[in-house]
Design a protein around this ligand. Structure first.
Ligand code: 1Q0
Length: 236
């Protein structure tokens, strides 16, 4: 098997994407947001087939947003100048995602204008899809925070489970919760995490993990604000 660096999770790459995501103080760029999830998929993939369904779910969710963005970008190109967001300033990353899908707020605005967001029943909008990733990010923030702070009293697997129960599990069906409980046993031990972030001690690990936690917090809070303002925290 050849060494393939691009396929392996790197905490530095994750941090880079997370830190690139906040736009001013109340918005989040979608491209780096989704790129953060790409990097997390690499982490999951290193844990083996037992958690494959989780990678697939993240992949499915990021693809929905990217496909919508792609469609919108194509439409914008065809009728350039007639975009509903033509008065919006164009961000450098708009080329890839289309102006409408540049950021969380531009997406909300565009999807509301197009009547894409269904508040009563499940419909594949970028907004309801983002909300799923957003809820998962709260789990991750809590898990990594406890991994940084917990003085080895509990295993990562237990911390992961506890964080899940108070966050994501609230939004999951009975079957998904059962599947998640099975996946927790695949969570590696502390030594694995230390190697992953290239440190030897809990103190050193805490420094790196807290960097990631702070970056997630900022992205999470700014997304939360945008969704909350538009009454989108319970989209079916
Ligand atoms: C190793 C074990 C990790 C356990 C992670 C938590 C359990 C998550 C269980 C996910 C089940 C996915 C099956 C489908 C769920 C959907 O029903 C649900 C709702 O969507 P919908 O369309 O039916 O309304 N989907 C979701 O909630 C999507 C989010 C699932 C993503 C779970 C996030 C996993 C992230 C993993 C990254 C771990 C990174 C550690 C990094 C360490 C860094 C130093």
């Amino acid at each position: 098997l050849g060494f393939c660096p691009g396929q392996r999770f790197q905490v530095g790459v994750l941090l880079m994407h997370l830190q690139a995501a906040p736009l001013s103080t109340d918005d989040v760029l979608l491209e780096p947001y989704l790129a953060s999830w790409d990097e997390l998929i690499k982490f999951m993939d290193s844990l083996g087939p037992l958690v494959g369904f989780i990678s697939q779910e993240i992949e499915a969710k990021t693809s929905i947003i990217r496909d919508l963005a792609q469609k919108e970008a194509t439409a914008e190109e065809q009728v350039s100048g007639t975009s509903i967001l033509k008065d919006e300033p164009t961000h450098p990353s708009a080329g890839v995602m289309g102006r409408a899908y540049t950021s969380v707020r531009s997406m909300i605005k565009a999807e509301l204008a197009q009547g894409l967001v269904d508040f009563t029943q499940p419909q594949a909008s970028g907004c309801r899809t983002l909300l799923r990733l957003h809820r998962a990010l709260l789990w991750l923030q809590l898990f990594l925070h406890s991994l940084a702070e917990d003085g080895r009293a509990q295993s990562p697997s237990e911390l992961c489970r506890d964080a899940y129960r108070v966050t994501l599990a609230q939004h999951h069906t009975w079957w998904v919760r059962k599947a998640a409980e099975l996946a927790f046993v695949a969570m590696p031990d502390r030594a694995f995490f230390y190697r992953l972030v290239c440190v030897d001690t809990q103190e050193e690990a805490a420094v790196v993990l807290n960097h990631v936690v702070r970056a997630i917090q900022k992205v999470y809070n700014q997304t939360q604000m945008a969704l909350e303002e538009h009454g989108m925290l319970e989209l079916p």
